[in-house]
Design a protein around this ligand. Structure first.
Ligand SMILES: NC(=O)c1ccc[n+]([C@@H]2O[C@H](COP(=O)([O-])OP(=O)(O)OC[C@H]3O[C@@H](n4cnc5c(N)ncnc54)[C@H](OP(=O)(O)O)[C@@H]3O)[C@@H](O)[C@H]2O)c1
Length: 204
């Protein structure tokens, strides 16, 4: 028996792959944006900006009127630009490129990649309470950053709201690839390479 408050309708026309991606990636993205609370006139930096969580987080941050800088490889820059995000390549000297893109003024940082981005955010002058990471618990503990993720927002209300936005074409949920269940190993292999643009979906 499922409680009715745990259920939400899939809007007509919303593809199953998109609907199925909202519970983890969508609610996690929602939680990260809620955690750092970007507003109009502010600048938020997002690492892993074209990934499963990042691609949704950048759009939700843009909807709040913030300027969004997305860290991604060159291949994803056109997609980010198309969503009003300023793309910046990660790698060596990324701090200088972010400073150049932000005019030296980053207000918030959403980290979906790990590997030192919370420390980078502090170096950029972002206050710890406006840094959120979904994968670097040690880094967060070191600098006092937030760790809001799926657990903070995974509920029918948030899934329903994201589904409504996606069905109305106000939120794009990129689907990197759909694998049949028997190719689960290939799906995890692609996930582990960490360069998917959007969600990797397993279809039962
Ligand atoms: N705490 C939670 O509630 C929660 C929930 C969901 C996921 N997670 C975790 O969050 C992380 C992200 O999940 P995801 O599904 O969004 O991952 P994903 O789709 O695999 O995203 C990977 C992204 O990282 C980018 N990337 C690769 N190398 C990078 C680098 N050096 N610097 C910056 N970005 C880089 C890639 O961009 P390019 O392709 O442009 O290189 C790609 O878009 C995973 O560790 C996952 O386990 C946590």
């Amino acid at each position: 028996m499922v409680d009715d408050v745990a259920l939400t309708l899939r809007p007509a026309g919303l593809p199953w792959e998109v609907a199925g991606s909202l519970y983890v990636a969508g609610t996690t993205a929602y939680a990260t944006v809620f955690a750092v609370d970007p507003g109009p006139g502010e600048t938020v930096v997002v690492s892993g900006a074209a990934g499963g969580v990042g691609s949704i987080a950048v759009q939700l941050a843009r909807r709040r009127g913030a300027r969004v800088i997305g860290l991604a490889s060159e291949a994803n820059h056109a997609w980010l630009k198309g969503h009003g995000v300023v793309p910046v390549a990660y790698g060596e000297c990324v701090a200088e490129r972010i400073r150049a893109a932000s005019g030296g003024n980053a207000d918030a940082f959403i980290d979906t990649y790990g590997d030192g981005y919370v420390e980078l955010a502090v170096e950029l002058g972002v206050r710890p309470e406006r840094i959120d990471t979904i994968c670097d618990w040690a880094g967060a503990a070191r600098v006092g950053a937030r760790t809001y993720g799926e657990g903070a927002a995974a509920c029918a209300v948030v899934v329903g709201e994201l589904a409504r936005l996606a069905a109305r074409g106000e939120l794009e949920v990129p689907i990197a690839r759909v694998y049949p269940l028997e190719r689960v190993r290939d799906a995890f292999g692609e996930l582990e390479r960490r360069h998917a643009h959007g969600k990797i979906v397993l279809r039962p």
